[in-house]
Design a protein. Structure first.
Length: 437
């Protein structure tokens, strides 16, 4: 079974050859709201959140990473699902507040926080600022002194190479993220010397898009060993240890999803001995997934607007493309173009009969959504879908390129669909516009 079909059956459903999102035919959804569009299934997000909660030991708390999908409705849904939020900018902090998240349940990470952003977060009583350089430690201290408040900080550590892993490495080598593990003592001394900075914990994030449960557990083990060193240095347990995100989803035919049963078993073995360990007596363990929670809940839907043959190759031309979904085009980190899981959404039971390239409407050869893909024989008007589109899709794309309308975002929950970001308007800018009034 190909990956697209597997996702359609596992996360959604199929009736009469057509994709159903929470029981609603995809054709009916886009008939009401038009194409191109992003469609998000709340039920799928809830399922992933519950699966992750079962896989993690009981002392873990989940923080949704806003950068994965900053739509206000999506963010609010996770807040209502008792998640904290991880943010990486002042805009995301304002969005988190608008979503109803208490500042105490917000974490702020990122290698280039400005003084303005830090002051905004500190003045609102943010849960933790994850400092990533000696300069930032000094900057936070200066703000606390100037406005006369205390703030909670965690130290983001760039771990050694033995802890690296994932499709995109975030640590284990020279990187702008965090403070090198070899410089941990210097950074720790700088924090402890500041009277208005409460040192809360550690943050380690070795890599993202990790599909290997054993490697994830090895990274967590490394984090615990590092935390124990710090505990012995400061003479008390840490309040938090943040293991980052990094839980992946399968995008390509050769990939298999993260084995959550294996992850549960690995982490149970690792964390069970800590229940009676005084070094971790009061520690809360954190993870901050984004892609894992929302990625497979989203579908990018475009309509086939034209079909042509050029020198023996058939092209399906969509009414949307790279400007809406840069990652599916392969222009967001892929060295070699590989196809996301794609399908003709109204012909899921029709045999695959032809090999085609699927392209968007832009005046650039980069606007290729799928190359050399086997699909049923298409006609103009068919609905083409890109699965695994709930994370790092719309918000990570050049939406202004060639001035095509920005696609709407459609929220499907409890058998009802509604627009949560209208066509032609950037929902992120709209969501935080209230702050400038």
């Amino acid at each position: 079974m190909n990956l697209a079909r597997s996702i359609a059956e596992r996360c959604f459903s199929i009736a009469h050859g057509e994709l159903q999102v929470s029981g609603i035919p995809i054709g009916a959804i886009v008939e009401r709201h038009g194409t191109p569009a992003f469609v998000y299934d709340a039920r799928c997000m809830d399922s992933r959140l519950q699966q992750l909660r079962v896989a993690l030991p009981s002392r873990f708390k989940i923080f949704y990473s806003v950068k994965a999908n900053p739509n206000l409705t999506v963010v609010r849904h996770f807040v209502q699902g008792e998640c904290g939020l991880e943010i990486a900018s002042a805009g995301e902090f304002q969005l988190a507040l608008q979503a109803g998240c208490a500042p105490r349940n917000i974490l702020f990470a990122g290698p280039g926080k400005t003084s303005h952003e830090l002051e905004l977060a500190i003045s609102h009583g943010i849960g933790e600022i994850h400092v990533e350089s000696l300069t930032e430690i000094g900057r936070v201290s200066a703000i606390c002194r100037r406005i006369g408040v205390r703030t909670r900080v965690a130290l983001r550590v760039n771990p050694t190479g033995e802890a690296e892993g994932g499709a995109m490495r975030m640590g284990g080598h020279a990187t702008p993220f965090g403070i090198d593990e070899e410089s941990l003592e210097e950074a720790l001394n700088a924090i402890l010397a500041e009277p208005l900075m409460d040192f809360h914990g550690l943050h380690l994030f070795a890599g993202t898009q990790n599909l290997d449960a054993t490697r994830l557990a090895a990274q967590y083990r490394h984090g615990l060993n590092l935390a124990r060193r710090v505990v012995h240095r400061i003479g008390r347990p840490l309040e938090t240890i943040d293991f980052g995100g990094g839980l992946g989803i399968p995008y390509f035919a050769h990939e298999k999803g993260l084995d959550l049963d294996r992850l549960h078993a690995e982490l149970a073995t690792l964390f069970a001995p800590l229940e009676n360990d005084p070094d971790f007596a009061a520690t809360v363990f954190l993870v901050e997934p984004g892609r894992f929670l929302v990625g497979e809940a989203g579908i990018y839907v475009a309509r086939i607007n034209d079909i042509k043959v050029s020198r023996g190759k058939k092209f399906l031309i969509l009414d949307g493309g790279m400007n809406h979904h840069l990652s599916a085009s392969g222009n967001l980190g892929q060295t070699i173009k590989r196809n996301f899981p794609v399908a003709i959404l109204n012909k899921l039971d029709t045999p695959e009969e032809e090999t085609v390239d699927v392209v968007g409407p832009l005046c650039t050869p980069l606007d290729t959504i799928a190359r050399g893909v086997r699909l049923p024989r298409a006609v103009i008007g068919d609905l083409f879908g890109v699965f695994q589109s709930g994370a790092y899709a719309r918000s990570a794309s050049p939406l202004g390129f060639l001035s095509h309308p920005v696609p709407p975002e459609i929220w499907v929950n409890e058998n009802q669909d509604s627009i949560v970001a209208p066509r032609g308007e950037d929902s992120f800018e709209r969501n935080i516009a209230w702050t400038s009034r």
